[in-house]
Design a protein around this ligand. Structure first.
Ligand code: ZN
Length: 255
């Protein structure tokens, strides 16, 4: 299906019958195909910082969005379906993240060890999140960060088939391992602000990450002339955050 539509797009573009804007360009399609299934740890350009928060939606999601919005910056939320309660109980926060222009991406349905799962189970973990996002804000994600950053076993081949861009990190803040915000900040200062933009591993389930560390990072970015952008934008793929097309809601409101 993707192949045939890509061929159709090529044929139409070759005939000059279609404006580039109305379909993804063949180059764009090939770029995405190339990216899918490869593990990305950093931005592809300098001058940017991609704040990426795992494990929500959680009780701090809405206030974290307010903090990012007040600073005029965009974050990326890797949401699960059921890790801290059912995602449908947090519909408002999930939709707020999407509506306010933040990137809403997948962190799997149940937060399992994907590296030891079969292909069908992996696909199911992804499809349940896709359906929840469709039900809540009408789009399917094109980005995933695997729990525990596990990319072994069948995971990458299934992600290639499903056309997902796979994100890891280049700075682990260690918030999950009881690092204080000050210890995390030191990691950014050690890594520096030059070179390709950072994609840190951090969790919106720790209040100190959502408040102290996030505020410090917003100031650190300002001081160092870094623009805080979504993960997709830091990869020059702002148009590729979500899968093409519209999808029907299945009406689910519970997990
Ligand atoms: Zn996680």
């Amino acid at each position: 299906m993707l192949f045939s539509s890509a061929v159709a797009a090529l044929a139409l573009l070759a005939s000059g019958a279609v404006e580039a804007r109305s379909v993804p360009s063949p180059l764009e399609i090939m770029k995405r195909t190339h990216v899918a299934g490869r593990v990305i740890t950093k931005c592809t350009k300098s001058g940017v910082l991609a704040l990426a928060y795992d494990d929500g939606p959680y009780q701090y999601t809405s206030s974290l969005i307010d903090t990012l919005d007040a600073a005029g910056v965009k974050g990326t939320f890797f949401f699960t379906g059921t890790l801290y309660g059912c995602i449908y109980n947090q519909r408002a926060a999930v939709k707020k993240a999407f509506d306010n222009g933040h990137q809403v991406a997948s962190h799997t349905w149940t937060h399992p060890h994907m590296g030891s799962m079969g292909a069908a189970q992996i696909q199911s973990e992804m499809e349940k999140v896709e359906q929840a996002f469709v039900n809540i804000f009408g789009r399917k994600p094109a980005y995933v960060r695997p729990p525990y950053l596990e990319t072994g076993g069948q995971f990458l081949s299934v992600m290639t088939q499903m056309n997902y861009t796979v994100i890891n990190d280049d700075i682990d803040t260690g918030d999950w391992n009881r690092n204080s915000p000050q210890q995390s900040q030191q990691l950014f200062q050690n890594a520096g602000a030059s070179g390709l933009g950072h994609i840190p591993l951090m969790h919106e389930t720790y209040q100190s990450t959502v408040t102290t560390l996030t505020t410090w990072l917003i100031n650190w970015a300002k001081t160092n002339n870094l623009k805080i952008v979504t993960v997709a934008e830091c990869l020059d793929d702002a148009a590729g955050m979500y899968k093409e097309g519209t999808f029907p809601s299945n009406g689910a409101t519970s997990c």
